[in-house]
Design a protein around this ligand. Structure first.
Ligand SMILES: NC(=O)c1ccc[n+]([C@@H]2O[C@H](COP(=O)([O-])OP(=O)(O)OC[C@H]3O[C@@H](n4cnc5c(N)ncnc54)[C@H](OP(=O)(O)O)[C@@H]3O)[C@@H](O)[C@H]2O)c1
Ligand SMILES: *[C@@H]1O[C@H](CO)[C@@H](O)[C@H](O)[C@H]1NC(C)=O
Ligand SMILES: *[C@@H]1O[C@H](CO)[C@@H](O)[C@H](O)[C@H]1NC(C)=O
Length: 294
C-alpha cells in the first residue's frame, strides 16, 4: 500500500478515535468519596498528583514509595485537601515481600480495596543500551514483578468490591523508543501480563476492570531532568495527567491515552505505517549526538 494511502487511513482513524473518546465522558468526582485507593510511587510526580486529586474527592488513601520524609508530607497535604483518611507505607518494590505487605496493610486498615493504582518505577538511564543485564533484571522486579505481586495479593479484595486496577505505562511500552531499552522492556511486559489477565477475567465474569495508561512526555521533575535536553515537544502537565488516569480508572476504560493526540497518532501509525512511526519517533528527538555511547 502506498504511503499516502496509509497516512489517509491513519487520519481517518484519528478522527474516529477522537469521536469515540469524546462521546463517553460522564465522570463524577463524588464516585470516589469514601473509596479505598492504593497509589504506588506517590512520593513525587504523577503519583503525588493522583494522591492530591483523590484527597479532594474524599477517598481513603494509602500511598507508598521508599522515601519516608516525602510520603509524610504528601499524607499531610492529602489530609488538608479533604481525604477521608491518608496513610503511607515506605519500602522498596525491589522486595516482593514489601509489595505484598502494602496490600496487606490496606486489608488491615480498611478490610477491603476499591482501586489499586500501580505507578512506581525504578531509576534507569536514558542512553544507548549499555549491556548491563543485571539492571534489566532489577528493573523487571521493580517495574513489573512487583505489579504482578500486588495484583495477586489484591485480586480477592478487588473481586469482592468489583474494583479496579490501574496500570501506568508509557508510549515506550507500546512503540519503539530508542535509549530506553531496559525501561521499555518492563513496560511492554506489563501490557502482556495485564492484557492476558483482563481477557481471563472477562471469560470468568470477574468484574475487576484493568485500565492501561499510555502516557507521553509529562512534566514531572524526574522526566524533565532526564530527557528535556533531547525532547523537541514540550511536556504535558502532571496535574491534568493524574486526573485523566483517575477518570479512566473510575470509568473502567480499557486504556487511557495522555496527551490524547500525542499518543493516539503513534498508536495508529504503529500498525499502519510502522517505518514512518520509527522515523517520526527518531525525528522527535534532538541533540542525539550528545547522548553518550557506552
Ligand atoms: N513523566 C513522564 O514523562 C512519563 C512518561 C511516560 C510514562 N510515565 C510513567 O508515569 C509513572 C510515574 O512517573 P513519574 O514521572 O511521576 O516518576 P517519578 O516522579 O520519578 O516517581 C517515581 C515514584 O516511584 C518511587 N520509586 C522509585 N524507586 C522505587 C522503588 N525501588 N520502590 C518503590 N518505589 C520507588 C519514587 O519514590 P522514592 O524514590 O521515594 O522511592 C516515586 O514516588 C511511571 O510509571 C512512568 O513510567 C511517565
Ligand atoms: C522506612 O523509612 C525509614 C526512615 O528512612 C527506615 O528506617 C525504614 O527502614 C524504612 N522502612 C522500610 C520497610 O524500608
Ligand atoms: C461491574 O461493576 C461495576 C462497578 O460496580 C458496575 O457498574 C457494572 O455494572 C458491573 N458490570 C457487570 C457486567 O456486572
Amino acid at each position: 500500500m502506498g504511503l499516502l494511502k496509509k497516512i489517509f487511513i491513519a487520519l481517518v482513524g484519528v478522527v474516529l478515535a477522537f469521536w469515540f473518546y469524546s462521546a463517553r465522558e460522564d465522570f463524577k468526582p463524588e464516585i470516589l468519596q469514601e473509596k479505598r485507593v492504593i497509589v504506588t510511587g506517590a512520593s513525587s510526580g504523577i503519583g503525588e498528583e493522583m494522591a492530591y486529586h483523590l484527597a479532594r474527592m474524599g477517598s481513603h488513601i494509602l500511598i507508598t514509595a521508599r522515601t519516608e520524609s516525602k510520603l509524610q508530607k504528601v499524607v499531610a497535604r492529602c489530609l488538608e485537601l479533604g481525604a477521608a483518611s491518608a496513610q503511607y507505607v515506605n519500602g522498596s518494590m525491589e522486595d516482593m515481600a514489601f509489595a505484598e505487605h502494602v496490600v496487606q496493610e490496606a486489608e488491615k486498615l480498611w478490610g477491603g480495596l476499591d482501586m489499586m493504582i500501580l505507578n512506581h518505577i525504578g531509576h534507569t538511564y536514558f542512553s544507548y543500551f549499555d549491556g548491563d543485564i543485571d539492571h534489566i533484571r532489577k528493573l523487571l522486579e521493580i517495574n513489573f514483578l512487583s505489579y504482578v505481586t500486588m495484583t495477586v495479593s489484591a485480586l480477592p479484595m478487588l473481586k469482592e468490591s468489583r474494583g479496579s486496577i490501574v496500570v501506568v505505562s508509557s508510549l515506550a511500552g507500546k512503540t519503539r523508543v530508542p535509549f530506553t531499552a531496559p525501561y521499555s522492556t518492563t513496560k511492554f511486559a506489563l501490557d502482556g501480563f495485564f492484557g492476558s489477565l483482563q481477557q481471563e477475567m472477562t471469560i470468568q465474569n470477574a468484574n475487576v476492570s484493568i485500565t492501561f495508561c499510555v502516557l507521553g512526555y509529562i512534566n514531572t521533575e524526574s522526566a524533565v531532568k532526564t530527557v528535556s535536553h533531547v525532547m523537541k515537544v514540550a511536556p504535558a502537565p502532571k496535574e491534568e495527567c493524574a486526573l485523566e488516569i483517575i477518570k479512566g480508572g473510575v470509568l473502567r476504560k480499557r486504556e487511557v491515552h495522555y496527551p490524547r493526540i500525542n499518543v493516539a497518532i503513534p498508536l495508529l501509525l504503529r500498525d499502519w505505517a510502522p517505518e514512518l512511526l520509527d522515523f517520526l519517533t527518531r525525528y522527535s528527538l534532538s541533540n542525539v549526538e550528545q547522548i553518550k555511547h557506552q
